[in-house]
Write a protein that binds this ligand. Structure first.
Ligand SMILES: *[C@@H]1O[C@H](CO)[C@@H](O)[C@H](O)[C@H]1NC(C)=O
Ligand SMILES: *[C@@H]1O[C@H](CO)[C@@H](O)[C@H](O)[C@H]1NC(C)=O
Ligand SMILES: *[C@@H]1O[C@H](CO)[C@@H](O)[C@H](O)[C@H]1NC(C)=O
Ligand SMILES: *[C@@H]1O[C@H](CO)[C@@H](O)[C@H](O)[C@H]1NC(C)=O
Length: 264
């Protein structure tokens, strides 16, 4: 792991080599912000294990996925193969790229290769990305207990002038740009522009696309405050609203939710 100051140096002085390996997402601001990214496990696992893998609290992980699980859910809740889980994390933009801010950290186990580690993180990063940010010259030379920063792609830029939460969405087999735009309250034009796509066709399953959310998913067990579920880290003018990923008539009954969180 590099120290924070060294990372800033990478961001500002080596944008050429970094952008040529497509590390992270393009971003123009210099900022840190909250972001979300999809994770798809290749094995049956639990919410608690995913929280550990990404170094986030179980409760903030639950908060970001609360429409997928009942309120009684605990950290031993099974997450099945191919189920998509949204991961909340801190993003750092600088030098033209956005990557997770020194998190998550993976501790190398005996006999494990970088390519296995990239795969463990749903291939949201390549093994070259991991090597780059951790200053690993020879990707075959990693050692047990070595701590590796996994640079998840992200963005902090405003979109169409609005402050948003960027959500790295893994495209599923059946979705189109039009459907994704509709589901997440944006427009096909915004999505194609933000993602550098020539047109709104040609999406591929498994492709990561940057979806700007102007409302953040909020739902959490009673008695917890914004800080406990990580919402206090949102940009102050992002509206915190009930962001329904499913039609409102299918949404969980209101008693399942705590009192609505006021926009702040
Ligand atoms: C995962 O869980 C499902 C249902 O709980 C089960 O049918 C399946 O066999 C499990 N798969 C593995 C690889 O354990
Ligand atoms: C999970 O998804 C992969 C890729 O789409 C597919 O090959 C595999 O069969 C799926 N596994 C299960 C258990 O659905
Ligand atoms: C990111 O920047 C590179 C280099 O400027 C450019 O080639 C690429 O199209 C950009 N990607 C997006 C998604 O805008
Ligand atoms: C849309 O863009 C994709 C590449 O992103 C290209 O393969 C396809 O031909 C384009 N379709 C049209 C109708 O321009």
């Amino acid at each position: 792991m590099r120290s924070f100051s060294t990372v800033l140096v990478i961001c500002f002085f080596s944008s050429l080599p970094i952008s040529s390996t497509a590390l992270g997402l393009n971003c123009t601001t210099t900022a840190t912000c909250s972001a979300l990214i999809d994770y798809v496990s290749h094995t049956n696992t639990t919410l608690g294990k995913i929280a550990n893998l990404f170094g986030v609290s179980y409760i903030s992980l639950f908060g970001a996925n609360s429409f997928s699980f009942p309120l009684s859910t605990s950290s031993i809740q099974t997450v099945e193969v191919n189920q998509t889980i949204k991961i909340p994390f801190q993003c750092n933009c600088g030098g033209g790229i956005g990557i997770s801010n020194q998190v998550p950290v993976y501790t190398v186990k005996k006999g494990v290769y970088l390519i296995y580690i990239a795969n463990k993180y749903s291939n949201l990063v390549t093994y070259q990305d991991i090597a780059t940010v951790n200053d690993i010259a020879n990707a075959n030379l990693i050692y047990p207990d070595q701590k590796l920063w996994i640079p998840l792609p992200c963005n902090c830029d405003r979109v169409e002038g609005d402050q948003v939460v960027h959500y790295g969405h893994l495209v599923s087999k059946v979705s189109s740009v039009v459907q994704i735009a509709k589901k997440y309250g944006t427009t096909p034009g915004t999505l194609t522009k933000l993602n550098g796509m020539a047109n709104s066709t040609g999406l591929q399953a498994g492709q990561l696309i940057d979806v700007p959310l102007s409302g953040y998913i909020v739902s959490h067990p009673k008695g917890l405050n914004h800080q406990q579920i990580g919402l206090n880290a949102l940009p102050c003018n992002v509206k915190v609203v009930y962001y329904l990923e499913i039609p409102s008539f299918l949404a969980p009954p209101v008693p399942m939710l705590d009192t609505p969180i006021e926009p702040y």
